[in-house]
Design a protein around this ligand. Sequence first.
Ligand code: V0V
Ligand code: CO
Length: 146
Amino acid sequence: MLTRIDHIGIACFDLDKTVEFYRATYGFEVFHSEVNEEQGVREAMLKINETSDGGASYLQLLEPTREDSTVAKWLAKNGEGVHHIAFGTADVDGDAEEIKGKGVRVLYEEPRRGSMGSRITFLHPKDCHGVLTELVTSAPVESPEH
Ligand code: V0V
Ligand code: CO
């Protein structure tokens, strides 16, 4: 079951400048940043709010790391802007399977590694009324040691 907006992915040419815009304009701080070589992105996660399912909603700012990445290709065609939306679920495998059964193309056979150790997959934008849609299961939160 999809229980939150996990993040909105925003493609940009210059991650540092874009992070500074979100900090100076809205006061949002970087919660986490990483490079995902498989996806060809350098990203910053800005936490916006906690959600009732125990997760959170983020903005995910994305800068391409290589010319042949999906985000570089998208930026060349569209310029900067909203690239994808991501719904959070406790069960990305089960939800992807169920959605696939409804005739929507799921892009990966198995979920791949996403931000902060999450597991992610994508639904084809042409099957989702023009919106590239991601499904995310967050990494389990480590329980504090006693
Ligand atoms: C492409 N299209 C889009 C789109 N990207 N429509 C809406 N939103 C997007 N972001 C449209 C495009 O305009 C074309 O329509 C058509 O789909 C085919 O696009 P294309 O340019 O020929 O590109 P493809 O087919 O090579 O690749 C498109 C797909 C690709 C969606 C298959 O971008 C993909 O595999 N995306 C999933 C991975 C990804 O995006 N990773 C970066 C974020 P017309 O012009 O023919 O009508 S990584 C991330 O989010 C992480 C790590 C995380 O959350 O943790
Ligand atoms: Co994403």
